[in-house]
Ligand binder design. Structure first.
Ligand SMILES: [Zn+2]
Length: 133
């Protein structure tokens, strides 16, 4: 990943910044130009709570380059409290303990180390909620 793209995506990755449509009120993540719910112009920017629940998940045993050290790991589709579905790695849990519908929350963790330049990318993962809301 090039540096410019890294910085452009930084606020999405660290702050879970999406949008709330000013026309229909639906939450949108990741941010986009046009609201997928009503077709009007999307925005303004809204920060997601980081709370959600596991909608579905899969366990990765043969990871892509850069992720080998973490395998096996679980990747989930998380339904955010605000509504959008996002794909994220689960952390701080054994794959055998993951259940559909379990409450999870966002944490910022190391995602991968890039090649020989050693650029480490951080971003969001989800872990089981420590306290139920
Ligand atoms: Zn809309």
């Amino acid at each position: 990943m090039d540096i410019a793209r890294h910085w452009r995506l930084r606020r999405q990755r660290y702050a879970l910044e999406g949008e709330q449509c000013r026309h229909c009120g639906e939450y949108i993540f990741p941010p986009r130009d046009i609201c997928p719910h009503c077709g009007e112009e999307a925005g303004p920017v809204r920060r997601m709570s980081g709370k959600g629940e596991v909608y579905s998940f899969t366990v990765v045993h043969e990871p892509p380059t850069g992720y080998e050290a973490q395998a096996p790991y679980a990747v989930a589709l998380v339904r955010l409290a605000e509504g959008p579905l996002i794909t994220a790695q689960l952390t701080d849990i054994d794959a055998a303990e993951i259940k559909i519908g379990m409450p999870v929350e966002m944490v910022t963790r190391r995602l991968r180390t890039d090649g020989e330049d050693g650029l480490i990318q951080y971003g969001y993962k989800f872990r089981p909620q420590l306290t139920t809301p």
